[in-house]
Design a protein around this ligand. Structure first.
Ligand SMILES: [Mg+2]
Length: 246
């Protein structure tokens, strides 16, 4: 193992954004809760069980492309909505409409509440760059670039595979490994020589399915066992624990 806490044949590090680089999970969870609770109330009335911003968020929506998250959560409640199209208005009762509503609420929160970076991750990124490893940001978010700019972290990454790039290249999102594989490919590194850094169960699945050399699970919400069950090589609460301190 190197002083970065990685196997010594690792040549590239692939970082998820939300929950790994930035503290945006809580902002996403709140926007999802507001979206789903309003929908459930109108669909099922007062008896509807509200969206659980921890359990439902982790299991169904965290790390997935927006529409996939809507579909997965509604399916868990036995609800089926028409797909609609990507430009559905935010009040449309479709999978895309609910997704767009969530994005509208998210952008509002990012604009008004600001986004914070995890200091431990920024320190780790400095160390990774100093060691000469290549880096990519791999996020399902279509707002990835804005969020990176908001925390002045865009310069840390050689390659960006986000929701915008994935849509252009028609790459399925996490838990499929395709976005991470595209990042490794663009960096010119074999997946077995790349490490994945993720905080979501869907991200662990992607790391395992892609045959990556090492999968680091960031446990931000007390789901250590679930991250190991989904294929983490190691689970830490913060990247300071892993290494890179100089
Ligand atoms: Mg994440």
């Amino acid at each position: 193992m190197t002083q970065l806490g990685l196997p010594d044949d690792i040549q590239a590090c692939l970082f998820d954004l939300d929950g790994v680089v930035t503290r945006t999970a809580v902002v996403h969870a709140a926007a999802w809760k507001e979206t789903f609770d309003a929908f459930l109330l109108s669909h099922e009335g007062a008896a509807a069980r509200p969206f659980d911003a921890v359990a439902d968020y982790d299991e169904y929506v965290d790390g997935r492309p927006r529409a996939d998250g809507v579909r997965a959560f509604l399916e868990s409640r036995g609800i089926h909505l028409p797909e609609g199209t990507a430009d559905d208005p935010p009040d449309a009762l479709t999978v895309n409409g609910l997704g767009n509503r969530k994005n509208e609420l998210l952008l509002e929160r990012i604009r008004t509440g600001g986004v914070e970076a995890y200091e431990g991750t920024l320190r780790y990124l400095e160390a990774v760059r100093a060691e000469g490893l290549r880096t990519a940001i791999v996020s399902s978010s279509a707002n990835c670039r804005d969020v990176l700019r908001a925390v002045d972290a865009e310069h840390f990454f050689d390659v960006r595979i986000d929701g915008v790039v994935a849509a252009e290249r028609k790459l399925p999102g996490k838990p499929h490994p395709d976005t991470f594989l595209a990042a490794a490919h663009d960096l010119g590194v074999e997946p077995s020589r790349a490490a994945v850094f993720e905080d979501a169960q869907a991200g662990m699945d992607a790391g395992r399915a892609g045959g990556f050399g090492y999968v680091v699970g960031l446990d931000r919400v007390g789901q250590r066992d679930a991250l190991y069950a989904h294929g983490a090589s190691v689970v830490v609460a913060d990247l300071d624990e892993l290494g890179g301190k100089r």
